[in-house]
Design a protein around this ligand. Structure first.
Ligand code: NAP
Length: 330
């Protein structure tokens, strides 16, 4: 079968690989679409922990169950599914086990004609979603879901700031927060992206490159309860200008800067929480898909490429001009 492989010299290429053999409790999926995440760029830059090459990339995918292994209910055969993109979350809903890992390095990923996963890793694809839409959900929407529900404790009327609104998680967070009837503000380096977010339902936004971005945000929002943050400011004190007492900064990425400084006294006197999160549990994934189906929420797709043009799709992500997900149609 053909697969998008990062080889041990860090070259990304489409090459012929062995079709995986389905084991007991597993299903063989014929992949119909896969989506790109920033993670695959970190891996290609050697910046992802536990680099093990060569590897088929891709955490996000949707497809059809082509074969079921021993001990798997044959009702799954020919079912349209979405793949839960992690292994070994463990029993604790609060945080994953040390063995938790995301598909697509070191385990083979979704950017291939076929993938095998344990049957517990699949969820039926809601019919209102296309293959491409379904593949664009797992990593981004699950990360946003856990950040907003478990950590952010989102409720109607909350004021929410979503940073870097061009990103896949940020876009998923916008759709979810609006469904929860929250008031959403955004940051972006692009006026066009802020204007687009407003057409989707955001109230307003500021350019995070403006020196007084936090003052502007305080003026327009009168105070923020939850920050869904892909890129904490290098000076976390920037946030204290607009955070409400008891506010939660939930961070899932470090796109802009890997380090931040903080004025501790402002932090504790305002009862602010700074919370880290990554992806979500299998139970949260099921809850997310049910919520999306109830609200008929579709992920925003920026651009679709045929699988054969996978390398161009990665170039598109590198440019950073996207609003939403970049998808490979297999
Ligand atoms: N923890 C997890 O489970 C998890 C899951 C998914 C992603 N992530 C991480 O989250 C980050 C975003 O990933 P993604 O796939 O959603 O996004 P993405 O599609 O790669 O988009 C990146 C976005 O980041 C924004 N950005 C760039 N520099 C920024 C800065 N200095 N401050 C604020 N925003 C900035 C840009 O927004 P504008 O164009 O609007 O300026 C850009 O659209 C990455 O660091 C990724 O590794 C973590």
């Amino acid at each position: 079968m053909k697969a998008l492989v990062l080889d041990d010299s860090m070259n990304l290429q489409i090459k012929e690989c062995e079709k995986p053999i389905v084991k007991p409790n597993e299903v063989l999926i014929k992949v119909k679409a896969s989506a790109i995440n920033h993670r695959e760029l970190w891996i290609q830059q050697g910046l992802y922990p536990g680099l093990t090459l060569p590897c088929i990339l891709g955490a996000d995918g949707s497809g059809i169950v082509a074969k079921v292994g021993e001990d798997v209910d044959t009702d799954w055969l020919n079912e349209d599914i979405i793949i839960y993109p992690g292994y070994d979350w463990g029993e604790n809903e609060e945080y994953p086990s040390r063995a938790f890992r995301v598909l697509g390095m070191p385990d083979p990923g979704t950017m291939a004609e076929y993938i095998t996963v344990p049957v517990k890793n699949i969820v039926k694809k809601p019919k209102y979603l296309s293959w491409a839409e379904a593949s664009a959900i797992p990593v981004a929407s699950l990360t946003a879901w856990r950040a907003l529900t478990r950590h952010g404790k989102i409720k109607p009327g909350d004021n929410i700031l979503i940073t870097g609104i061009g990103g896949g998680v940020a876009q998923a967070g916008l759709a979810l927060a609006l469904a929860f009837k929250a008031n959403v503000y955004v940051t972006s380096s692009s006026k066009k992206k802020i204007a687009f977010a407003k057409t989707l339902g955001a109230i307003d936004g500021v350019n995070y490159k403006d020196e007084d971005w936090n003052v502007q945000l305080k003026e327009m929002s009168k105070g923020i309860d939850i920050v869904l943050d892909s890129s904490p400011s290098s000076i976390l004190d920037d946030y204290f200008k607009f955070m409400n007492y008891g506010g939660r900064i939930v961070t899932y990425g470090s796109t802009g800067s890997r380090k931040t400084t903080i004025n501790i006294s402002k932090f504790f006197l305002r009862h602010i929480q700074f919370i880290g999160t990554a992806m979500g549990s299998p139970n949260e994934f099921k809850a997310l898909i049910a919520f999306l189906e109830d609200h008929k929420i579709k992920p925003l797709i920026h651009e679709q490429f045929y699988f054969e043009s996978g390398l161009e799709a990665f170039d598109a992500l590198r440019k950073g001009t996207q609003i939403g997900k970049i998808v490979l149609v297999h």
